[in-house]
Design a binder for this molecule. Structure first.
Ligand code: APR
Length: 235
């Protein structure tokens, strides 16, 4: 009988760094090149939608060539082979977990390969550039389309489902996140308050909340995640 029956895994930009997708707060991260107020807030989009479309179009183009790395594949293997439940909650808007085969997956910050109508809220897959000329094909008002990603000041998706999973888990693993952005940065504290689960941080370096984890393993995700999954499956 495996030791852990209900595993929740939180991932951040660090798990996709070795797939060539940028992180946000590392030395040459996205927020060192762009002002997040201009490209990742509803106010920024209202002020200059064309500039925001350009920002996300560049990131969406990067996504087309990006491939999952061994860390994404290890999490998909864990979901396939572990006898208990495995849920991945990702802050990332890339589709590398899906490309690696993860199925039980929540994108709490949305998805770069999808767009949403600002009027009727309908969401559809969208892999090419988005511009002001594109309007919603679903609704009568021909609403403006926006990237289906969560901007600062907006509510992340599926929070009630995530809270339930955090309360029920007996293992919480945080991978490739700096622990700067809430509510995700608060998940480990929430799990600790439940008093039952073991908490682990797998990261390149200690995150803001590293002292809150029972166990920490530092190194590149493509090395430390497969090794950790091997340990879990062998337990
Ligand atoms: N392997 C493992 N961890 C890595 C690697 C790597 N190869 N490279 C970088 N990291 C770690 C960094 O040490 C850092 O702790 O990944 C983390 C990346 O942190 P951030 O750039 O802050 O990204 P993230 O934590 O995902 O940001 C959270 O902030 O801007 C918002 O919505 C955006 O989802 C994002 C959220």
């Amino acid at each position: 009988m495996a030791r852990h029956q209900r595993i929740v895994i939180l991932t951040g930009a660090g798990i996709s760094a070795e797939s060539g997708l940028g992180t946000f707060r590392d030395k040459d991260g996205l927020w060192t090149k762009y002002d997040l107020e201009e490209v990742a807030t509803p106010q920024g989009f209202a002020r200059n939608p064309a500039f925001v479309h350009e920002f996300y179009n560049a990131r969406r183009r990067n996504l087309l060539e990006a491939r999952p790395n061994p860390a994404h594949h290890a999490l998909a293997r864990l979901e396939r082979e572990h006898p208990g439940r495995v849920l991945v909650v990702t802050q990332n808007v890339d589709d590398l977990h899906e490309k690696a085969g993860s199925r039980n997956l929540i994108h709490m910050h949305g998805e770069l390969a999808k767009v949403r109508c600002a009027a009727c809220e309908s969401v559809r897959v969208w892999r090419e550039d988005l511009s002001l000329e594109h309007v919603c094909a679903e609704c009568s008002t021909k609403g403006r389309l926006r990237p289906h990603v969560v901007w600062f000041g907006e509510m992340p998706f599926a929070m009630s489902k995530i809270e339930l999973a955090l309360a029920a888990c007996d293992l919480f693993v945080s991978i490739g996140t700096s622990g700067n952005v809430y509510p995700a940065a608060g998940f480990v504290q929430q799990v600790r308050e439940g008093g039952r689960a073991h908490t682990v941080e797998l990261n390149l370096e200690p995150s803001e909340g590293h002292t809150l984890f029972h166990e920490q393993v530092y190194g590149p995700a493509s090395e430390v995640v497969p090794a950790y999954v091997e340990r879990l499956l062998g337990a």
